[in-house]
Design a protein around this ligand. Sequence first.
Ligand code: PSU
Ligand code: MN
Length: 300
Amino acid sequence: MIEPILSDDVAQALAEHRAVVALESTIFSNLGLPAPANADALELCKQAVRDHGAVPAVAAILDGRAQLGLSPDEEKRVLLGTRKVAERDLAVAQAQGWDVGVTTVSATVSLAHAAGISVFATGGIGGVHRGSELDVSADLDAIANHPVITVCAGAKAFLDLPRTLEYLETAGVPVLGWQHDWFPAFYTRSSGLPVPHRVDDERVVCDVLRFRARPATGVLLTVPIPVDDEIPAARIDAVLTAALEASAQEGVVGPAVTPYVLARIEKETDGQSIPANLALARNNAGVAARIAVALAQEVL
Ligand code: PSU
Ligand code: MN
């Protein structure tokens, strides 16, 4: 069993049934964002969680132990982390005593569940990749198998978004749109695909978690990027296509695909995708904190 080590502030908040929001660490490493934007993203997300009255719990593997809530020195190690830890890798990282492992959505949702944290925020989730090869992110299975609300800006349009939504439907995951009718595509507010259910306030999100039919299943809350930070769809589409072609040509496979495509998008946009990425991550962290605060009020 995985028993994450909790920082004092996270442990205390949980003991007092106060609001806590888990944050993944792949986005804060160079696998997710180049320096110094990764450090900015970490600060902005933690601050957004605090501004809305919750305690941030960044997940990572350090010295072979899973942790939730990091000290400033531990955060510095995470910013430089290069080993990606999906849920299945948690056991390996622990067994082999990995120095630093940065957690993806799947690993973080799993650790949040183990610690009794019900709300988790990220930028974008992984999904079903385009093309005929079978490449489905472990994020989807983890969201379906841990009772945690994942707050995200949808998934990047380099994925197969219709199939990603189909997968979540089959897996029985309620997919909600935060004050929005469309499944967001990360840089753009709409993928053109309707979100199954729109929700307009925190309480309804809490009730969806409370009333869900399968006790083991999570909830996906999608939040569109703020209007002012959106990148025009036509612009981003051309870049995504070029990035995907490059990854296929170079024969990139497995867990390396997503970091490769992300880096390529940043290069092709001359870094202009980065402010959008920071804006949506921070926005998601704030919405997640609002949900966590509402959940904590229900428990009391
Ligand atoms: N999408 C992004 N930025 C990211 C990721 C996805 O826009 O940093 C990371 C997340 O940590 C996510 C992981 O959980 O990539 C998914 O990787 P894969 O496709 O290998 O499952
Ligand atoms: Mn994959």
